[in-house]
Design a protein around this ligand. Structure first.
Ligand code: PEP
Ligand code: MG
Length: 316
């Protein structure tokens, strides 16, 4: 099976009815780019930059170190696009610098991801400058996690302006970035109009979208049986996000675990998804599903799944 899948590495991911599908890689460190290229990924759809910061005991990477790391990822992808997500710590991932505070009883609902970044603008500006500088060396998409409020979007945008102005003032070169938002809070999926006004593309983080839609801690074993990607509420939020982006000609991807699980490939194709980002180890298996799929025919079936009380019964 492995050998057979390996032969698909250079096969373009195109459905039976001719739909081109982008299969991208999720990476945690710049060196993971090698595995992404080896698996035939056509880019990085999610570089979880927080892994550069974790385990650093107070000595966080500065602008030059981050710039170096982002450049290694870009160079490693050999001209393919790289989507760098700004730091997402505070819930299931923590810095090792004493920031963790037991007083935050509900960390997943607390100072996490973009909320953390907006609370520490100096740290955020450092990261933004490093990413902008790296973008001079390849096609870079800048992805912001955990946004829910229009005010957060506008604050983030004004910091991005400031980061560019700081680089201008120093005479340091930087490149253009496409700007994306993670859709991982139900409030975001329900206010897509706001998001589509400000962003070039959206990326659906199903890991958190499921957690927040169903009120199930994604890391709590005792409720893991209720963590259901096929809950009709989750599917509705995923479906409307894909449909709305497609209708407006904006890019949309899924970068949560759902994208790399072959159980869901046909359903996501049927819902109109054309861009999947996943662990490199999943890419060939998902590609095999894509090659066997007829997206046109799956579209009608996906609407039935969406309307079902127990969608899992229709997946088989
Ligand atoms: C997600 O929430 O689906 C996601 C991709 O981000 P993370 O798993 O890093 O929270
Ligand atoms: Mg997430």
């Amino acid at each position: 099976e492995r050998g057979r899948l390996a032969r698909l590495r250079h096969t373009p991911a195109i459905t039976l009815d001719g739909q081109k599908i982008e299969l991208l890689a999720n990476i945690e460190m710049p060196e993971d780019a090698a595995a992404a290229v080896a698996a035939g990924a056509v880019g990085v759809g999610l570089f979880r930059s927080e892994f550069l910061f974790m385990g650093r005991k107070g000595d966080l990477p500065g602008e030059d170190e981050q710039y170096g790391a982002y450049r290694r990822a870009i160079d490693g992808m050999q001209g393919l696009p790289v989507t760098i997500r700004t730091i997402d710590v505070g819930a299931d991932k923590w810095l090792d610098d004493g920031h963790r505070d037991a007083a935050h009883l509900n960390p997943a609902l607390g100072l996490r991801a973009i909320r953390w970044s907006l609370a520490d603008p100096a740290m955020f500006l450092t990261q933004l400058r490093a990413i902008l500088r790296a973008a001079a060396h390849g096609k870079v998409n800048l992805l912001i996690p955990m946004l829910a409020h229009g005010s957060e979007i506008r604050q983030m945008l004004s910091l991005l302006d400031i980061a560019r102005a700081e680089l201008d003032a120093r005479g340091v070169p930087y490149g253009p970035v496409a700007l994306g938002a993670m859709i991982e809070i139900p409030a975001a999926a329900l206010t897509l109009r706001t998001f589509l006004r400000y962003f070039d593309f959206l990326s659906i983080g199903t890991n958190d979208l499921i957690q927040y839609t169903l009120a199930i801690d994604r890391a709590d074993e005792s409720v893991a049986h209720l963590y259901d990607p096929l809950h009709p509420a989750v599917l509705q939020l995923v479906a409307r996000t894909i449909a709305e982006c497609n209708a407006q000609g904006k890019g949309v991807s899924v970068c949560g675990e759902m994208a790399g699980d072959t159980t869901f490939t046909r359903l996501l194709l049927g819902l109109g998804l054309r861009c999947f980002s996943m662990h490199p180890a999943q890419i060939l298996a998902v590609k095999q599903e894509v090659l066997r799929a007829d997206a046109q025919r799956l579209a009608g079936w996906a609407q039935e799944v969406l309307a079902a009380e127990e969608p899992a019964q229709l997946l088989g």
